[in-house]
Design a protein around this ligand. Structure first.
Ligand SMILES: Cc1ncc(COP(=O)(O)O)c(C=O)c1O
Length: 388
């Protein structure tokens, strides 16, 4: 089956009990058993539930993976992945990371005895240099949040494989539609399904997919033991959302590309970060490992916090909100929102300033989106002129 077909059918055959064509919302915490040790494959919904199982199978299929596990959020999926580590283990992570992932690493995993080295993910040799005898895991995001840097998955996978180190890729921005990390040698793909996979900003969720039986077993054990599973309704909403992933992603990309070009030519914009622009320093790598560049565009507004604030207050179609990946366009101020958990000096060192603005470009008519950005950019600068 091809991708678009799998998104609609994988794990989702007609319901065995009733023939329901669409996977039912099995809103039950428990399952009546016929006798001791005799049941229909489900006992208790933390351990397994048919609606969640359909989602897990579908997500595995989209990455051409053997196994999928669904979680209560992308953050729960991150925590579950790190559960394969033990005190004393070392992790190498690419430095440009979602703020919540960095917070988990620094404030939860580190006090638990795991050490971290952060490297410039754009330089695969940096991973090799950072290897220690206790290195067990390399963690990358590509494209990164929020600066849309790329990491060469195959090159980093080669470093990891040579040393028996596991490679996890947070593939939230690209989705399996545009990029399949396992095909480039990664061991695990991690998702916040809250974003493009769900696609409608109405459910929070996460996923871990892998083809490695041992990793799957360890992470599944943690899923059941720690219990960070999605509610059944959220699992169903995500399953419904994923059905249209293959039609949404090309439109997100088309709009994002157009908006990136528009911003690049705008007088009130200093820099645009979008891997689909030929001027992006890693455009060629993107073309090699991704089949499309996605719907996220980040830019530096002319000025700083004051102009950024005037801009986010002036947008009308774009919502000023956390999150990304929904059909509607969102704007976010990473320094005070998604990346607020970074200490300010760390944030600045990574290139996230008070003038950095991240757009999640939706699938509305792109002319409306451009008009909205244009008026908000002009309004952001008018304010400065007025206050001068
Ligand atoms: C790249 C990335 N990974 C993980 C997460 C965490 O996902 P969640 O908010 O579903 O916990 C986010 C959230 O914004 C994200 O952008």
């Amino acid at each position: 089956m091809k991708f678009a077909t799998k998104a609609i059918h994988a794990g989702q055959s007609a319901d065995a009990a009733t023939g329901a064509t669409i996977t039912p919302i099995y809103l039950t915490s428990t399952f009546t058993q016929e006798g001791i040790g005799k049941h229909k494959g489900f006992e208790y919904s933390r351990t397994g539930n048919p609606t969640r199982a359909a989602l897990e199978q579908c997500l595995a299929a989209l990455d051409d993976a053997e196994y999928g596990l669904a979680f209560a959020s992308g953050s729960a999926a991150t925590a579950a992945t790190l559960s394969i580590l033990r005190p004393g283990d070392h992790v190498i992570a690419a430095a440009d990371l979602y703020g919540g992932t960095y917070r988990y690493f620094e404030q939860v995993a580190k006090p638990g005895g795991i050490s971290f080295t952060y490297v410039d993910g754009r330089q695969p040799e940096e991973f090799e240099k950072a290897l220690q005898s206790k290195t067990r895991l390399v963690w990358i995001e590509t494209p990164t949040n929020p600066l849309l840097q790329l990491v060469d998955i195959a090159a980093v996978a080669a470093v990891c494989q040579a040393r028996g180190v596991r490679l996890a890729v947070d593939n939230t921005f690209a989705t399996p539609f545009f990029q399949r990390p396992l095909a480039f040698g990664a061991d695990i793909a991690v998702y916040s399904t809250t974003k493009y996979i769900g696609g409608h900003s109405d459910a929070v969720g996460g996923a871990v997919v892998t083809s490695d039986r041992i990793l799957h077993k360890q992470i599944k054990f943690f899923q059941n033991a720690a219990g960070g599973v999605p509610g059944i309704l959220d699992a169903w909403l995500t399953l419904r959302g994923v059905k249209t992933l293959a039609v949404r992603m090309p439109r997100h990309e088309e709009n994002a590309r157009e908006i990136a070009r528009f911003l690049q030519a705008h007088s009130e914009v200093e820099t645009v970060y979008y891997p689909g622009l030929p001027s992006h320093p890693q455009h060629e790598l993107g073309a090699r490992q991704m089949s499309g560049f996605g719907g996220m565009v980040t830019f530096q507004i002319r000025g700083g916090r004051e102009q950024a604030n005037a801009f986010v207050k002036a947008v009308r179609l774009f919502s000023f909100a956390e999150s990304l990946g929904g059909v509607e366009s969102l704007v976010c101020h990473p320094a005070t929102m998604t990346h607020a958990s970074y200490p300010p000096e760390d944030r600045l060192r990574r290139g996230i300033t008070d003038g950095t603005i991240r757009l999640s470009v939706g699938i509305e008519d792109v002319e409306d989106l451009k008009a909205d950005l244009d008026q908000a950019l002009l309004a952001s600068q008018t304010k400065i002129i007025q206050t001068r």
